[in-house]
Design a protein around this ligand. Structure first.
Ligand SMILES: [Zn+2]
Length: 203
């Protein structure tokens, strides 16, 4: 991971400290307490399915910018540091395709330790609510609903997107990790589980 020279909190030059069995860069100011554990990010993406003339179709967007410009993928992006997953993924769908969709459940995720940061990429199933695909022509070069045949015949569809769409197609809505409202505080955290637990457990 990239080395830091200075503390990002208080600008002191960093030293090395053993923490959790590894040498880590750390701030010498104990009151500051900064330890550099690494760079982490949370990505999210959306499988949005809709029926058109008896055919199930999945929403894909074509990347307008590098990396991977020209490839097709399910819409998505990074969750901001103060943004909960369901809001982030709904926002990304709206921004990239102008489609309104509502979070339903998590159908899979990828954990990756290569790239600019250690990343968890969470693939969500969203219910189509309305709108037709539209895009800015810069970040998103195109957006449309693909039939299952097109998913395999159109060039440049990302494997991870096909994988996520298959997860959603092969499972009933709600079979994945859903938000347990009893264990969630809508402004601060969301708890995802395979089933709702008796609210008595949250006393
Ligand atoms: Zn510091």
């Amino acid at each position: 991971m990239p080395r830091l020279n200075f503390c990002p909190r208080c600008a002191n030059p960093l030293t090395t400290r053993s923490d959790g069995g590894r040498d880590r860069q750390a701030c010498p100011d104990v009151e500051c307490g900064f330890v550099h554990f690494g760079d982490f990010s949370i990505g999210c993406s959306a499988v949005v399915l809709r029926e058109e003339a008896g055919q199930t179709k999945a929403l894909l967007i074509q990347r307008g910018q590098e990396p991977f410009a020209g490839t097709w993928q399910v819409p998505g992006g990074y969750a901001e540091h103060d943004e909960l997953l369901a809001s982030a993924v709904e926002r990304e769908v709206q921004e990239e395709s102008a489609i309104e969709a509502k979070f339903q459940d998590v159908v899979g995720f990828r954990h990756m330790t290569v790239g600019p940061s250690t990343n968890v990429y969470i693939i969500c199933r969203l219910r189509y609510e309305g709108g037709e695909p539209n895009y800015d022509g810069v970040e998103t070069a195109d957006a449309r609903f693909f039939s299952m045949d097109e998913l395999y015949s159109v060039k440049g569809v990302q494997n991870i997107s096909r994988w996520g769409i298959r997860q959603a197609l092969n499972t009933p809505v709600g079979a994945g990790l859903s938000i347990d409202l009893h264990g969630s505080d809508p402004s601060r955290w969301q708890l995802f589980g395979l089933t709702d637990i008796d609210p008595g457990d949250w006393r």
